[in-house]
Ligand binder design. Structure first.
Ligand code: SAM
Length: 331
C-alpha cells in the first residue's frame, strides 16, 4: 500500500498543526507539593499519554500523525483548551475528574483502537471544525488545500455559482466550499442516510442551511438535469486488498465510505461515466482516488487526467474539464 497517498494515512493537516507541542516538559513541574492530592500539569498529562500511545503502537491518520500531537489533541479537547491558549497552559494543574476523563478516553483509543476524532466527536478540515461520529469518514482529503485556494488556477472564483459534492460524508467539502465561495450554492450528495444526518448537523452548525442542500442520491442519479460549475468528490476508492489489510483504526469507519470493489475504481467509474452531462461548459470535475491512481491510469489510458499537487501533502486527486470528459465519452 502506498501510505503517502492512501485513504487511510492521509492527514487533514489541521489537527497536526493545531496540536503540535513544541517544548519538552520540565521534570520538576509535575506535581503540587502543598496538597495531599498530587495533580499533574497539562504538560505532564500530555507527556505520560504520549508514552502510553507510543507503547501501544497505534496507527495515526485521523487528524494527527504522531503520539505527541495525538495526546495534546486529547488533553486540549477534553479540558476545553484551545491552541491559542498554548504554551501558557502547560503548567496548569488538572483536576482529578478531568484526569480520569482523559484516561478513560485514552483507554478506548488504545484498547479498542477507536480514532480519536470519534471519541472527541471533533475533526478539522480546511481550518473549520466539524462534528463527526462513526457514521462518517474522518475528514482528511487533500482537496482541503484546493478549496482554500478557491480552485485557482483551474476556475475563476466569480464563475463558481453552483457546486456538487458527491459522497459528502460529514459535509466537510461542501461546507468548506460554501465558506470559500459566499455566493455559491452547494448540493451535498450522499447515498447514506446516516451520513446525511451528520452532514445536517454540520450544515446547521456552520449556519449554511440556505446555501447547502442535502441530497440523498447514488452519485448523479437524483440530480435531474442540473449543471454544476464544479463537481467535486472524495468517493470510496479502497481496493479489496487494502480493505483486508487496513489497520484496526480504519475498521471503525463506515465501509460504504471506503470500499470500491476489487480494484478500488467502482465509484470513480460511475462518476466518470456521467460527469460531463452535469457540468456547465467551463465546468471542472475534481476527484480523489488516493492510491488507486495507478489502477485508474491503467484502466483509462486514453484519458488525460491532470494530477494535482499539494504543498501540505497528499496525492491521488485528478482534475478533468468538461471538454476532457466529453472527448472521453465520445471515444
Ligand atoms: C471517502 S468518504 C468521503 C466523505 C467526505 N467527503 C470526506 O472527504 O471526508 C465517501 C462518501 O461517499 C458516500 N458514498 C458511497 N457510495 C456512494 C454513492 N453510490 N453515491 C453517493 N455517495 C456515496 C459514503 O457514504 C461516504 O460518505
Amino acid at each position: 500500500m502506498n501510505t503517502e497517498s492512501s485513504q487511510f494515512y492521509r492527514q487533514a493537516g489541521s489537527q497536526r498543526d493545531r496540536f503540535a507541542v513544541e517544548s519538552a516538559p520540565p521534570d520538576n513541574a509535575f506535581y503540587m507539593t502543598d496538597t495531599t492530592e498530587r495533580l499533574p500539569t497539562v504538560e505532564k498529562l500530555i507527556h505520560d499519554l504520549t508514552a502510553r500511545f507510543e507503547d501501544a503502537d497505534l496507527c495515526y491518520g485521523h487528524g494527527t500523525d504522531n503520539p505527541r500531537d495525538e495526546s495534546a489533541w486529547l488533553v486540549f479537547a477534553t479540558l476545553g483548551l484551545s491552541h491559542e491558549d498554548a504554551p501558557g497552559v502547560y503548567a496548569r494543574r488538572v483536576a482529578r475528574d478531568q484526569v480520569d476523563l482523559v484516561n478513560a478516553i485514552a483507554r478506548r483509543r488504545i484498547e479498542e483502537r477507536v480514532p480519536l476524532a470519534y471519541l472527541l466527536k471533533q475533526a478539522w478540515f480546511a481550518g473549520l471544525e466539524f462534528y463527526v461520529d462513526d457514521r462518517v469518514l474522518v475528514p482528511r482529503s487533500p482537496i482541503a488545500e484546493l478549496i482554500e485556494q478557491r480552485f485557482a488556477p483551474w476556475i475563476a472564483a466569480s464563475a463558481v455559482r453552483i457546486v456538487a459534492d458527491l459522497g459528502t460524508g460529514c459535509g466537510c467539502i461542501a461546507i468548506a466550499i460554501a465558506e470559500a465561495f459566499p455566493a455559491a450554492r452547494v448540493d451535498a450528495v450522499d447515498l447514506s442516510e446516516d451520513a446525511l444526518a451528520v452532514t445536517a448537523i454540520n450544515v446547521e452548525r456552520h449556519g449554511l442551511a440556505k446555501r447547502v442542500r442535502l441530497v440523498r442520491s447514488d452519485f448523479f442519479r437524483e440530480l435531474g438535469g442540473k449543471k454544476y460549475d464544479i463537481i467535486v468528490s472524495n468517493p470510496p476508492y479502497v481496493d479489496q486488498r487494502d480493505l483486508r489489510e487496513m489497520p484496526d483504526e480504519y475498521r471503525h469507519e463506515p465501509v460504504l465510505g471506503l470500499a470500491a470493489g476489487a480494484d478500488g475504481l467502482d465509484s470513480v467509474r460511475k462518476i466518470l461515466q456521467d460527469a460531463s452531462r452535469f457540468l456547465t461548459d467551463n465546468g471542472i470535475l475534481v476527484c480523489e482516488v488516493g492510491n488507486s491512481q495507478a489502477a485508474l491510469e491503467q484502466a483509462f489510458p486514453d484519458v488525460g487526467f491532470i494530477w494535482l499537487e499539494f504543498e501540505q501533502g497528499g496525492a491521488g486527486v485528478f482534475l478533468l474539464t468538461k471538454q476532457d470528459l466529453t472527448a472521453f465519452e465520445t471515444r
